[in-house]
Design a protein around this ligand. Structure first.
Ligand code: SF4
Length: 344
């Protein structure tokens, strides 16, 4: 059944006659949208709709398509929601709170992931399916009403967002609609492993989101071993796509580097990354690997670098002219940190 959470207010006004198979005044669609914005997740809560209409709606649609959530809270304030889908698949969405008081919702776009990055738990799950726009919006809604005051969204959870761009576009349209949730696009970041066609599609048809690219290494041979996507989406073409994106969407691009002890933190890795970043307006975000037991790289267990290894790599990048940030580790207690989703 259609989930009403996946419609913008105007979209809902247009969709209701088809769903109900009869004409209905436009203001009814707007009333339903207002209830969604206020946090309603069932028709029973929409008390200004006649009971007969609520019953009619419940025969042809649902308010939410996702069927339940389990909340796991870490001592550092991170909340992970494990959300059940109508087909029994589960996805995870995370609320991260940083030291400046920002609350960031991390949303998933696929159940599982086909990309197989070696440092990521989700990559070991395999791919189940793309999420619908409603399933993406509902992660936002569940986190929004779990803890008020969301300031940012990162589309970075389970899955590769640029492989589900059509549904993601619809979801962003709902989240940003000024007559609905009115959440600014400027506060939404999309993180990709570097799908070149998807970056071009985003530049051409939008939405113009902040873009973060998981690089892992700018040494092509090493990157292919860490991230199989590199074999079909090589670094030189990725760079061209990023330059084109930056011409259209005039924003700084984040280059995310998961740091793996003894693997991608050498001086030559810093040199290769600086060469890749040349000409791009970018910031390098270092992410010390969040441990996932059993993840192997060419037969050896992955490890998190020591503090000394992290700071000397950061310095090597800065010496090569890069602007560097280091991501605080948050959410490890609930396996909600970057690369850990799907651990439970
Ligand atoms: S890092 Fe992202 S793209 Fe790579 S396997 Fe994990 S979820 Fe998929």
């Amino acid at each position: 059944m259609k989930a009403l959470s996946g419609y913008t207010p105007d979209g809902l006004v247009r969709a209701l006659p088809d769903l109900l198979g009869r004409e209905i005044p436009a203001y009814r669609g707007r009333q339903i949208s207002e209830w969604l914005v206020r946090g309603a997740s069932s028709f029973d809560q929409m008390t200004n709709l006649p009971r007969s209409l609520r019953e009619e709606l419940s025969r042809c649609s649902v308010v939410y398509s996702t069927t339940g959530q389990e909340a796991l809270e870490d001592g550092d304030g991170t909340v992970k929601l494990v959300i059940s889908l109508h087909d029994q698949a589960k996805i995870e969405a995370v609320l991260l709170k940083d030291q400046e008081g920002r609350k960031t919702a991390c949303l998933s776009t696929q159940a599982g992931c086909p990309m197989g990055c070696v440092f990521c738990k989700t990559g070991t799950l395999g791919f189940r399916r793309n999420l619908s726009a409603a399933e993406i919006v509902e992660q936002f809604l569940r986190l929004k009403f779990f803890d008020q005051g969301l300031s940012n969204i990162v589309i970075m959870g389970m899955g590769e967002p640029l492989l589900n761009l059509e549904e993601l576009r619809k979801a962003v349209a709902v989240i940003e609609d000024p007559d609905g949730f009115n959440f600014s696009k400027r506060r939404i970041t999309l993180s990709s492993c570097g799908i070149i066609d998807g970056i071009a599609g985003l530049a051409e048809k939008g939405p113009p989101l902040e873009l973060a690219i998981s690089i892992a290494s700018a040494d092509s041979e090493l990157r292919s071993r860490l991230m199989p996507v590199n074999r079909s989406n090589p670094l030189d073409k990725l760079k061209t796509a990023l330059l084109d994106y930056q011409k259209t969407v005039k924003r700084r691009i984040t280059l995310e580097l998961v740091l793996l002890r003894g693997i991608n933190t050498r001086k030559e890795d810093a040199t290769a990354l600086a060469a890749f970043a040349k000409g791009l307006e970018s910031v390098v975000n270092l992410i010390p690997w969040n441990p996932v037991p059993g993840l192997l790289f060419e037969g050896k267990e992955l490890e998190t670098p020591s503090t000394g290894e992290i700071s000397s790599f950061a310095s090597a990048l800065e010496e090569r002219g890069q602007h560097v940030t280091i991501r605080y580790r948050r959410g490890q207690g609930v396996s909600g940190a970057c690369g850990q989703l799907g651990s439970l």
